[in-house]
Design a protein around this ligand. Structure first.
Ligand code: ZN
Length: 302
């Protein structure tokens, strides 16, 4: 099944792609369960909800314009992100292949719609793309071994871990550079795990039609089951959590010369079997007054 969320006058609504190919079916309306207008509410009941979802998907759908798609996970509980999970990216950034997973967290306000505008923060001159596979959790998991880890997965999604590089590197923690509002487009749909083996999918990132990243998910240093096992060492993964599995080589910062995103650029991230997200970059409204926090003035070259 393919789950999406659409914008509506009364807020976001969860929809499922009709198996007849006619468009999307409103999940709450089709099931009569009003709380299923919200993805997180459905994920909490993932085991029981799936049969109702399949029934809804058998109905006649309505066509939705791409611009009306909301983030496929509109309010993730949190986004647990792996940094440096492809060897080519480790080498290009000069850090060496890590022996322990690099992990950081993005908050729910950092997501953006799959075909909406991508706002370059007014405080970033070094705004960069990172095409990645996202894993949506549908079942709680703590101390889960890799052999059983995929049982926690509801589905898979495409995301762009938009990064303000000067804010990422000005100090040792990455949180600011990875948390500007609405800098992580996610979608277009969640493909449920029963329909997709995500272990070896082609991933491509284009900027203005030019290939910037091209890799396979089988090239991850830490694969998806091991990532879930690792994260479950210290936290209970819960329905509505998203894992960003790290970016392949080819990011803008590490190119010669660097390629940072500017207004008008079109960033497209595609993953085989899931789909494509496509976002036009716009500039956030400039500040009226100089702002006291300027990482480049601190001498951060990266
Ligand atoms: Zn990333």
């Amino acid at each position: 099944m393919r789950l999406a969320t659409v914008v509506s006058p009364d807020g976001p609504r969860l929809v499922v792609a009709s198996t007849s190919g006619t468009g999307y079916v409103d999940v709450a309306a089709a099931t009569g369960i009003e709380r299923y207008r919200d993805l997180n509410a459905l994920l909490i009941e993932w085991d029981e909800a799936q049969s109702a979802l399949y029934e809804a998907a058998a109905g006649h759908g309505k066509v939705v314009e791409p611009a009306d798609l909301a983030p496929a996970v509109p309010a993730p509980r949190r986004v647990l992100c792996l940094g440096v999970n492809y060897a080519a990216h480790a080498i290009e950034r000069g850090s060496g292949v890590p022996s322990w997973p690099e992990c950081f967290v993005r908050g729910p306000d950092s997501v953006a719609a799959p075909y909406g505008e991508l706002r370059r923060p007014a405080l970033s001159e070094r705004f960069d793309f990172e095409g990645e596979l996202g894993v949506v959790i549908g079942r709680s998991a703590r101390l889960v071994r890799r052999e059983h880890a995929l049982e926690a997965v509801a589905g898979y999604v495409v995301l762009n871990d938009g990064s303000a590089r000067e804010w990422q590197r000005v100090a040792t923690q990455w949180t600011p550079g990875k948390n500007f509002d609405a800098t992580m487009p996610i979608g277009p749909e969640i493909v449920t795990a029963d329909e997709l083996d995500a272990s070896d999918l082609e991933l491509t990132t284009l900027v203005n039609g030019e290939v910037m990243q091209h890799a396979r998910t089988s090239q991850m240093i830490v694969d998806i089951p091991t990532t879930i096992e690792y994260l479950s060492s210290f936290t209970t993964l819960r329905p509505g959590d998203v894992i960003a599995t790290g970016t392949p080589g080819g990011v803008g910062r590490d190119r010669t010369p660097p390629v940072f995103l500017k207004a008008g650029d079109l960033v497209e991230v595609s993953i085989e079997g899931i789909g494509t997200i496509a976002n036009r970059v716009v500039d956030e409204r400039p500040l009226d007054e100089p702002w006291p926090w300027q990482p480049l003035a601190q001498g951060s070259a990266s």
